[in-house]
Design a protein around this ligand. Structure first.
Ligand code: FAD
Ligand code: UDP
Length: 368
């Protein structure tokens, strides 16, 4: 008889949803977390009343009413709508790519004119079936937008040529022929009132947790603590890198507190030219319509992941996907270990997708 039903490695959204749901079904769960706080990448640090998104700006969005109702059952969400601005060599453009962007670039005023302009740029390229991010971007928006708003940003974000990246990454961004600056097409969007820590703390009420514990420092001990282990860390590390290391992108965040009310007038400004080393500046107070006399901004510098850094993004190119498939095959043979989340599934998941994955995992586990 083991002490717990589930030992959960990692207190991010996957671990938190799993723990909450298993506890609700009468099971005992214990979470270990290697950072000094719970919440994974959603965690916010409160700096004099401003919730600073410590691991990068997080905007919740989903098209799935069930997932929206689920998160709202823990905390209400505000009406924040993400509308980033792109700064290319000092010129400002609306994102995602929409009629405002097309007007700013080409002075076109109608959807027909914009479509004509893009078509004229695409036709000359002769791309039939886009094979990579560059071809996908060019065939969606043409050469001008690709050169000014995509190429530089993408190549610094991923540290790879856009021709070496998968096409799906750019399909995250809407292209629309209306004057609509909403970054997402989803029906539901917002930030939890009071910040993301409220969401995580509500999910984890009544669940045992211990922070500052790395599962790998005493793997055997932790494996013995519970009947099953839910693992949300790096899957390649779990298997001692036996098929080689997966690549991840990491980030360095440079936070600055400024004694002014409003620094940039928007939560997110992307710097799309290659020569500026950061990808975006986040001004956190705008996620919650803050009126404080001070502000906190964060510059986000992308880096290739190395031992000791935080792995943020899986690099889902062909090479990595084939290595991941080998680990995934091994994980399928485990009867007492459940793998889930961005790192263990090696997927470029957004929050709503992680919740979906955790809820699917629960249904499977409880035969529902
Ligand atoms: P994580 O949040 O990474 O949680 C995993 C946890 O496991 C971490 O806390 C980690 O410390 C812990 N852990 C790992 N290994 C061990 C170990 N060996 N021992 C103990 N603990 C361990 N999604 C959106 O929907 N909207 C957004 O706007 C958005 N913006 C983002 C911006 C950035 C910069 C990044 C990086 C991600 C963003 N996301 C966004 C995605 C979102 O962060 C993820 O979908 C979600 O947080 C993943 O949850 P998770 O539980 O899988 O992983
Ligand atoms: N992207 C871009 N220019 C921008 C914003 C995004 O080229 O101004 C591309 C880039 O390749 C990026 C991808 O679109 O990695 C997805 O952007 P998203 O904002 O969804 O990235 P995330 O917030 O997950 O880092």
């Amino acid at each position: 008889m083991k002490k717990y039903d589930y030992l959960i490695v990692g207190s991010g959204l996957f671990g938190s949803v799993f723990a909450h749901e298993a506890t609700k079904r009468g099971k005992t769960c214990f979470i270990i977390e290697k950072r000094d706080h719970l919440g994974g990448n959603l965690y916010c640090e409160n700096i004099d009343g401003i919730n600073v998104h410590k691991y990068g700006a997080h905007i919740f969005h989903t098209n799935d009413k069930k997932i929206w109702d689920y998160v709202n059952s823990f905390v209400e969400f505000n009406r924040y709508t993400n509308s980033p601005i792109a700064n290319y060599k000092g010129e400002l453009y609306n994102l995602p790519f929409n009629m405002n962007t097309f007007y700013q670039l080409w002075k076109v005023k109608t959807p027909e004119e914009a479509k004509e302009k893009i078509k004229s740029q695409i036709e000359a390229l002769g791309i039939k079936k886009p094979k990579n991010l560059e071809e996908q971007a060019l065939s969606l928006v043409g050469t001008d937008i690709y050169e000014k708003l995509i190429k530089g940003y993408t190549e610094k974000q991923w540290g790879r040529k856009a021709t070496e990246l998968p096409a799906f990454i750019i399909k995250r961004l809407p292209v629309r022929f209306t004057y609509d600056n909403n970054y997402f097409n989803d029906k539901y969007q917002g930030i939890p009132n009071g910040g993301y820590n409220v969401l995580i703390n509500k999910m984890l009420a009544g669940v045992g947790t211990e922070v500052n514990v790395d599962f790998f420092s005493e793997k055997e001990k932790w494996m013995q603590l519970a009947d099953k282990v839910v693992f949300t860390g790096k899957i390649d590390e779990f298997y001692d890198y036996q098929y080689g290391k997966l690549n991840y992108r990491s980030l360095h965040f440079e936070n600055t507190r400024l004694e002014k009310e409003n620094y940039q007038g928007n939560a997110v400004i992307n710097y799309t030219e290659k020569d500026i080393p950061y990808t975006r500046i986040i001004e956190h107070k705008h996620f919650e319509f803050g009126k404080q006399a001070h502000t906190v901004i964060t510059k986000e510098y992308p880096k290739e992941w190395e031992e000791g850094m935080e792995p943020y993004y899986p690099v889902n190119d062909d090479k990595n996907v084939s290595v991941y498939e080998k680990y995934k095959k091994m994980s399928k043979n485990e009867s007492n270990i459940i793998f889930g989340g961005r790192l263990a599934e090696y997927k470029y998941y957004d929050m709503h997708q992680v919740i979906g994955s955790a809820l699917t995992s629960i249904k499977k586990e409880f035969n529902e």
